[in-house]
Design a protein around this ligand. Structure first.
Ligand code: ASP
Length: 344
């Protein structure tokens, strides 16, 4: 039986062609894709195309666009076996994280991919990325999808979407997932890392369409000034701040710094501690006095969550009309496999 895959095109480098007159890169009309990727017609799956409007450079994405994408997936969910989304690489990890939260009880593959070189360029990495993504999305074992979750596929590797981030603007190998193993690797064979892939269940897909974007990221650095910190917490309507801390969750220990944060927490602002260390590791509140003090004043630990997943998880939770204490609790628990204890 041929599996049906919905191929959603959002824009990004992958769909660019060089305009012969201006020489600038522009998105090409998607119906021309067979011209640039003739092998697509040989793939053992039925492909249905959908082009988002507008097509964007992913730097222009926003929560409304994520909701639009999630809705598209929801609307086609019962009629197709999997989804492949062609997306710019710059914010792909935000979109994949957001989709994982907006699509609760997802039990079908949603694979985001893109490329560093446009499809219209001879050495493009886009060709392999698209073909392999479609093949993975169409892989069913014993009538169950091999990877029923939101993923990023890039350069022979499949990653959990809300565990990944872009870490290279030059090499084909643009993504990584430091705190979670790859879900699959592609060589002569596609090897699925089953122990780490979400298991299908019979729950019904729930689409969430409310997001509250009144959040901020405050990246600490030696010498950061108090007025700057205070300004962030005084941003109109601010409801949550992600504190990007040092190492295993450490921050300055002097009272004036802590007082600003403590006052904000007392006023109901949620503060989540996320480490700046991209290469791996977790916030360990209490390991050093810097993190112990943050914990004492009510800062929530984000454990090993990526900043991308923390941003989208907060926006999603704040959109759900939950009590502040409940949101704080949920920020410390894995909802979609985005952090430690990934039982999803
Ligand atoms: N600026 C592009 C984008 O994110 C880069 C890419 O696609 O790789 O849309």
């Amino acid at each position: 039986m041929k599996r049906k895959i919905l191929l959603i095109y959002t824009g990004g480098t992958i769909g660019m062609l060089r305009n012969s007159e201006t020489k600038a890169l522009e998105p090409f009309p998607f119906h021309n894709i067979y011209k640039h990727l003739p092998m697509l017609s040989l793939i053992d799956a039925e492909i249905i195309f959908y082009e988002m409007n507008p097509l964007i450079d992913s730097s222009d994405t926003n929560p409304k666009y994520w909701i639009k994408l999630a809705k598209e997936i929801y609307d086609h969910y019962d009629n197709v076996d999997g989804f492949v989304i062609l997306h710019g690489t710059d914010t792909m990890a935000y979109t994949s994280s957001a989709l994982s939260f907006l699509l609760e009880n997802l039990n079908k593959p949603v694979i985001l991919t893109g490329s560093q070189l446009p499809l219209g360029v001879m050495r493009t990495d886009g060709r392999e990325n698209i073909l392999n993504s479609i093949e993975i999305a169409a892989t069913y074992i014993d009538d169950r999808p091999a990877v029923p979750e939101v993923c990023i596929y890039f350069e022979n590797s499949l990653y959990r979407g809300n565990r990944s981030y872009k870490d290279n603007a030059e090499e084909f190998n643009a993504f990584t997932s430091s705190n979670y193993p790859k879900l699959a690797t592609v060589g002569v064979k596609i090897k699925f890392n089953e122990a780490y892939i979400h298991q299908c269940n019979d729950k019904k897909l729930i689409l969430h369409t409310q997001i509250d974007d009144n959040i901020a990221i405050l990246k600490l650095y030696p010498g950061i000034t108090l007025p700057l910190i205070a300004t962030v917490f005084k941003t109109p309507n601010i409801r949550a701040v992600i504190l990007e801390s040092f190492g295993a969750g450490n921050a300055p220990t002097y009272p004036d710094f802590l007082n600003i944060i403590e006052d904000a927490i007392k006023q109901g602002i949620i503060v989540v501690n996320v480490t700046q260390c991209k290469g791996g590791g977790s916030v360990e509140a209490g390991l050093y006095s810097g993190s112990a003090l943050l914990k004492k004043i009510g800062v929530v630990s984000g454990y090993d969550i990526t900043t991308e997943a923390a941003v989208t998880k907060l926006m999603y939770l704040l959109g759900q009309n939950l009590a502040t204490d409940k949101i704080k609790k949920l920020m410390g628990i894995s909802l979609r496999g985005e952090m430690l204890n990934t039982e999803i």
